[in-house]
Design a protein around this ligand. Structure first.
Ligand code: PBG
Length: 308
């Protein structure tokens, strides 16, 4: 009876797995603050992608960890940069079975760790960054990315990348706008995952956790700029923002259950303080119940195995 009257169901197709790929790695490298998650080699990536496809999940989101970084994040636009290489591999492995998505942001590739290029005063230069994003978008589309995840929170980024894609013959490549992305402590373990060199914080471009209306406004702007999907991130501390977006958005709304959300549950479960499986299922059901059409979660494949 409970199953029959359940209002929210989990389905593998609504789950997306974030995947890290490390340039030059000979073996997968465990991420200590994310037990169970690794930086893949280009070789182990293949297995991860086919496992994801076999599990029936909706997609993967690729992040690159380059060997070398510089001020403008050159590796992001290099066709032989790790993210573009990983994209070609993932598309060849399983591009027909799930949606291969790519993180479109400079932070993994810059030596200062910011999501954009800096001006003379060390501030992120919004408009100069848009030029880099345009090139990065075209490079990712050329590598076969099936959905570009714009996570940098620059103003006007969706318009800029849409325009560049259309002008380069990639009018059919869709855009996921990380529209309401908050400056969050819950990205902590991700910094280890991508070996971020960031000092300071992202508060000149990511949202203030205190602001709900501003989140709604950012969603509206990305929709108006031509995003095909919008995202709220992180998920569990922003369910009100997510519910607002789900109620008003004419396009799909996704949520990202981020690294710190994963780490908290894994850590508590490892201590025997909570029931791991129930906590994972409850957390993702809660995100779906609040209105997410799909959820990015590091448990995507394991969870898909339980709910199938
Ligand atoms: C930016 C990006 C970040 C995450 C996804 N994309 C880091 C940040 O904005 O600081 C965080 C994801 C996570 O914590 O799981 N490229």
């Amino acid at each position: 009876m409970r199953r029959l009257v359940s209002e929210t169901r989990l389905h593998p197709a609504d789950l997306i797995l974030p995947v890290f790929v490390r340039e030059g790695a000979g073996d997968p490298v465990p991420i200590s603050s994310m037990p169970g998650v690794v930086q893949h080699t280009t070789d182990t990536l293949k297995r991860a992608v086919t496992d994801a496809a076999t599990a029936g999940i909706g997609g993967i989101m690729l992040f690159g960890v380059p060997e070398r970084k510089d001020a403008i994040g050159s590796g992001a636009t290099d066709p032989d940069g790790i993210l573009n290489v990983a994209t070609r591999i993932a598309v060849a492995e399983a591009g027909d079975a799930l949606v291969v998505q790519t993180d479109l942001c400079l932070d993994e590739f810059t030596d200062h760790g910011h999501c954009g290029v800096l001006d003379g005063n060390g501030y992120v230069d919004n408009d100069a960054t848009l030029e880099r994003y345009r090139d990065m978008g075209v490079a990712q589309a050329e590598s076969g990315s099936q959905l570009l995840g714009l996570s940098g929170m620059m103003d006007g980024q969706v318009t800029a990348v849409r325009d560049a894609l259309d002008a380069s013959g990639y009018g059919n490549t869709p855009i996921l706008g990380y529209a309401a992305k908050y400056a969050s402590a819950f990205y902590g373990p991700f910094r280890e995952a991508v070996q971020s060199s960031l000092e300071g914080d992202r508060r000149t471009y990511q949202l203030d956790p205190a602001n709900r209306r501003e989140g709604a406004r950012e969603i509206e702007l990305d929709v108006a700029e031509g995003a095909d999907v919008v995202m709220v991130k992180p998920a569990m501390s922003y369910l009100d923002v997510l519910a607002d977006a789900a109620a008003s958005s004419p396009i799909p709304v996704w949520a990202y259950q981020v690294s710190g959300e994963y780490a908290m549950i894994e850590a508590a479960a490892a201590h025997g303080w909570i029931d791991r499986r129930r906590a994972i299922e409850e957390s993702v059901v809660g995100i779906r119940r609040a209105g997410a059409d799909a959820v990015l979660t590091y448990w995507a494949v394991e969870l898909a195995g339980w709910i199938r």
